[in-house]
Design a protein around this ligand. Sequence first.
Ligand SMILES: [Zn+2]
Length: 87
Amino acid sequence: MFILEEKHLNEAKKIAEANRKKKSCDNCYDRGYVGYTPENLLVLCHKCVDIDKAVEDWKNYVSQFPELKEHFEDLFKENEEETQSEN
Ligand SMILES: [Zn+2]
């Protein structure tokens, strides 16, 4: 099973925190995430994190690493479909 490496997880935490919209949040205690998935991915806090922007940042980060991009290919596919339907 895919498990996100610690170095990538640390980057995900930075992204979560950078995309928080509120200063103080009692849902995630100002971390921007509320827990982890079995794959070691962050569960973002929906109360204070701009999820769309966080996902966008995460995609930018992931695209630097072929092995991550492969795992998160759904994120990229979705975007392509949206672009196509707009045209
Ligand atoms: Zn929060």
